[in-house]
Every structure is written in structure tokens, then in C-alpha cells.
Design a protein around this ligand. Structure first.
Ligand code: 9Z3
Length: 350
């Protein structure tokens, strides 16, 4: 694909690729299913020596939470995530309002221990984390830019091909739809003051067009290209035998179902999970060839806040359910059907 001829291979990919291959070989030989979970937002740098970039809201909650449930369901997980976004297990202790040190205290002998009130919950999380470590079922691979994300996705997909239908893609990352191609990227920090920005030579980025981000008088103008439709390539070429699940994010409720159906038809993959920015933590729409289904948490089971140190309990009387605890078993069921009965995808002309 032209994209990969024109945009640089990230230096981190060699090492990540090698690590992933070893991980995949281990699980292939153990007959384990492997899920690639993508998580967090991609950045779009405006300069090669990046001072400014475009970002999005995603914290990686969906991805990190889902990864835990995939692990619990017996999958090995490659967690391709935005660097410094939420991680499986660690996410329970990295709320924006609470420092992990708040969970700790001094024992009578002066050693550092976990506070009594957190022992139980942290013990559960620690046991699952240790198990993933011991079995080597969780591989963490970070990305930052949309370019790093695309290179990693392609490379990992090809490395996962030997797994055949035992592989699954769960594309929860919020990937930018627009980017600055390498040949329209300036090297140095864009100068905001007119005295200095006039020093920029036209065509500095090497291409015939002006740099994608440049000053026009006092204004910064950013003119982005569309990111190629990588989902089509993933489904048709990079991972033709894998189960593929994409997410569709909208803010307008009246568009969600139509957009999710459209994506399923356009890419002919297995499942689109539609979610709205405002309600994504407690309701999602599953759209597959088999039909449509809303998963909606009852009101008294939704987490109202993450500001309390003790998660898992809201208001003291109702156990909070994470919607990923419902999403992942649905996927596991579909995946099992696909493995046992063959691929149920709607194909063009099928
Ligand atoms: C999602 O829709 C995820 O569920 C969220 C999770 C990003 C909303 P958080 O990280 O949020 O838990 O805060 N991910 C996919 C979003 C996306 O970019 N989808 C593309 C689209 O909607 C299709 S690949 O066009």
C-alpha cells in the first residue's frame, strides 16, 4: 500500500515485532486464542521534531478493561496502546484524582503496606495480574502517533496469520481519521510570530504543496489528508482468517445504528460495536450479520464516579458492573461459533 512507501517505519517496530513473534509462537503452540486489543488515542504530529500535535479524548478505558476480560476468558492479549494511557490491572490504581500512593500506608514496623480497606480488592487484581505474568499472556506494546499505530497494526496482523481463526482483532483505539503525510511535514517548530515565520521557505517540507501546518499571517492553518481505510486492508489482506471487531463512535444518537450498519456492510467483517461518547460506559450496540443487540447496564449497576478510592462498589449496596464484562463474553461466543462452524461474514455477493 502506498501509505507504507511514503511514511516512515517507526524505529520501535523492529523490537516490538520480534517480541510479538515470540509471544504469538508460544500461544500458537499452546493452542491458545490470541486477541489484539488496540486502545487509546493516536496523535497527529504537526512537526517532525514534534512540539505540537493533534490528539483526542480517549483514555484507553475500553481497551484496558476489555483486555482484562479477554484474559479472564482464556485469551492471550497483545495490548497495542497509546503510551501512558490506561493499562490492564494498573488502571484500577491510576485514576486522575487519586495517586497510587494513597493506597499505601506504613505498618507498625515501618514497612510499606497496602491499607486495610484496599487489601481485598487489590488482592483480587494482583492475583489476576500475577497470573497473566506467570503464563505470559499479556504483551504490552505502546504507540503514540497514528503512523506508529498503522505500522504496528499491519505488522502484528501479518505475524498473527499463522494463528488462523484463533486470532481476534478488537479495535477499540480512537484512531485519527486525518493526518499529516511525511512529505508535507515541517522539520522544526512552527513559528507563531510573523517576524520569524516569514523565514520559512515555501515547499520546505519537500513536496510541491505547502506544509500541512503553516502560518498565514497570524493564523495557523492546518490542512490534513485522510488516513487510508486500513480496516479494509486488515479484513481483506492482512488478517483474512481472523475475527475482526471494530468500534464506531458517534455523538449524535440518531446516527449511531446507521453508521454501525454501514461500517459492517462496507468492510464485511464480523462485528461493529457502536457507542456514543456520552453513554459509552454503560450502553453499546452490537451489529453483526446475525442481527443487532443493545447491551445496556441497569441504572443501579453503573459506576457513577471514579473519584472514590474503592472501586467496584457504588453507593455501598450495588456491585458495579463494567460493560466490558458483558461485551467480551458476547464476542467469545461469536468467536467460538466462527471457529467451529466457519466464517459467518457477509461477503460481497454472498
Ligand atoms: C471506540 O469507539 C471506543 O469505545 C472509545 C473508548 C474510544 C469510545 P475510552 O478510551 O473510549 O474508554 O475513553 N473506539 C473506536 C473509535 C473510532 O475511532 N472508530 C472509528 C470511527 O468511529 C472506526 S475505526 O469511525
Amino acid at each position: 500500500m502506498e501509505y507504507f512507501d511514503n511514511n516512515p517505519r517507526p524505529p520501535s517496530l523492529d523490537v516490538h515485532s520480534e517480541t510479538a513473534r515470540t509471544f504469538i509462537e508460544q500461544h500458537a503452540s499452546q493452542g491458545r486464542r490470541v486477541a489484539l486489543v488496540t486502545s487509546g488515542g493516536t496523535t497527529v504530529p504537526l512537526e517532525n521534531q514534534t512540539v505540537r500535535f493533534i490528539d483526542n479524548f480517549s483514555a484507553g478505558t475500553r481497551g484496558a478493561t476489555s483486555a482484562e476480560y479477554f484474559l479472564e476468558s482464556g485469551y492471550a492479549v497483545i495490548f497495542l496502546h497509546r503510551q501512558f494511557s490506561l493499562l490492564p490491572y494498573a488502571r484500577h490504581y491510576s485514576h486522575s484524582t487519586n495517586c497510587f500512593l494513597d493506597y499505601m500506608t506504613f505498618s507498625s514496623s515501618g514497612g510499606v503496606v497496602i491499607g486495610d480497606e484496599y487489601q481485598h480488592q487489590m488482592g483480587d487484581v494482583l492475583a489476576k495480574y500475577k497470573n497473566a505474568k506467570q503464563e505470559n499472556t499479556l504483551l504490552l506494546l505502546p504507540f503514540t502517533t497514528v503512523n506508529e499505530y498503522l505500522w504496528h497494526l499491519r505488522d502484528l496482523a501479518m505475524s498473527m496469520q499463522p494463528l488462523g481463526p484463533n486470532s481476534l482483532f478488537y479495535l477499540a483505539a480512537a484512531v485519527s481519521d486525518f493526518f499529516v503525510p511525511a512529505d508535507r511535514m515541517v522539520e522544526h517548530k512552527i513559528q507563531s510570530s510573523e517576524e520569524f515565520n516569514s523565514l520559512h521557505k515555501p515547499g520546505e517540507a519537500g513536496g510541491a504543496e505547502p506544509p500541512a501546518a503553516h502560518m498565514e499571517g497570524k493564523k495557523l492553518v492546518i490542512d490534513l489528508d485522510p488516513v487510508p481505510k486500513f480496516l479494509k486492508l486488515l479484513v481483506d489482506r492482512w488478517a483474512p482468517r481472523s475475527m475482526i471487531i471494530s468500534f464506531k463512535l458517534e455523538t449524535d444518537p440518531s446516527m449511531l445504528a446507521d453508521k454501525a450498519r454501514y461500517a459492517l456492510k462496507k468492510y464485511s467483517h464480523h462485528l461493529v460495536i457502536g457507542n456514543l461518547l456520552a453513554t459509552r460506559k454503560y450502553e453499546v450496540l452490537l451489529v453483526s450479520a446475525g442481527g443487532e443487540k443493545w447491551l445496556r447496564l441497569p441504572e443501579n449497576r453503573r459506576s457513577r464516579s471514579v473519584t472514590k478510592l474503592q472501586d467496584g462498589v457504588d453507593g455501598g449496596d450495588h456491585e458495579v458492573i463494567e460493560i466490558e464484562a458483558w461485551i467480551v463474553p458476547e464476542i467469545e461466543k461469536l468467536h467460538t461459533q466462527m471457529i467451529e462452524k466457519g466464517d459467518p461474514r457477509i461477503r460481497d455477493g454472498a
